[in-house]
Write a protein that binds this ligand. Structure first.
Ligand code: SAM
Length: 239
């Protein structure tokens, strides 16, 4: 007999992400590409019982199931144009990790740096994320290397991690600003910025063109500004 799964399940976030990424532009296309990207998952009080996290710290990595809450609409289409293919070839939505899906659910693996309880609230310190600030998280599951790592698996159009074509340089001013801000934020900003820009955040159609623009993205509490110069990326400053 057929069991109909017309559950109409409504999901409730267990917590929200606080991330170094304050806008979508510039976020890598998958986790693990920018290992210096930090985030905290702040659990809501009702999901913050110490008991719920017993054993979690024995895992180095976690799966997060989350909502693409910053999609401009819930509209989806059956085909999408993966940036990885230059943005001009269409594939079926289910053959991609596009954010525009029938249900706007994302799946990312993150490194678990630390579990902390602050008052009534559990906080997971994470790194190597591809998550926007404010992302609602529905579930956490431990990453199981024996089941989740399949080195012989075929990777379709994304067989390898994207290779970086770019050398990233800092102006003297940007270098000094990074040093100052790194101390304030207790992080290695120069490494973070280098890893992000090596991915070249521009839309793929633009990457093939001459480009004299100045680009900016929001990180932490500043705008990062850079431009493309003589086959290098030059970081201009933190504004
Ligand atoms: N690893 C996830 C997956 O496979 O489901 C996300 C992959 S998706 C291609 C990655 C992009 O999602 C990032 O480059 C970022 O621009 C976007 N993104 C991250 N968090 C988001 C959010 N909360 N709402 C909308 N877009 C988001």
């Amino acid at each position: 007999s057929v069991v109909r799964a017309e559950t109409g399940l409504s999901l409730k976030p267990i917590g929200f992400i606080q991330s170094c990424y304050k806008e979508k532009f510039g976020i890598p296309r998958q986790p693990g590409l920018v290992t210096a990207a930090q985030a905290q998952l702040q659990l809501l009080p009702e999901f913050s019982q110490v008991a719920a996290f017993k054993g979690l710290e024995q895992f180095s990595h976690l799966w997060l199931i989350f909502c693409f809450h910053a999609n401009p609409s819930l509209a989806w289409s059956n085909t999408v144009r993966p940036p990885r293919l230059g943005g001009n070839k269409r594939l079926g939505v289910f053959a991609t990790r596009s954010t525009f899906r029938p249900n706007p659910l994302g799946l990312s693996v993150a490194r678990l740096e630390k579990l902390e309880f602050i008052g009534q609230q559990a906080c997971l310190h994470l790194s190597a994320v591809d998550l926007l600030d404010g992302t609602p998280v529905f579930d956490i599951k431990p990453y199981l290397p024996y089941a989740d790592s399949l080195p012989a698996a075929q990777g379709g159009f994304a067989e390898q991690a994207p290779s970086s074509q770019w050398v990233v340089n800092f102006t003297e001013e940007a270098h000094l600003q990074c040093q100052q801000k790194s101390q304030q934020l207790q992080t290695n900003l120069e490494l973070l910025i280098r890893q992000i820009l090596e991915q070249d955040p521009r839309p793929s159609y633009r990457a093939q063109q001459e480009d004299a623009r100045i680009y900016a993205m929001k990180l932490y509490d500043f705008d990062l500004r850079w431009h493309y110069k003589a086959r290098c990326i030059e970081v201009l400053g933190l504004v």
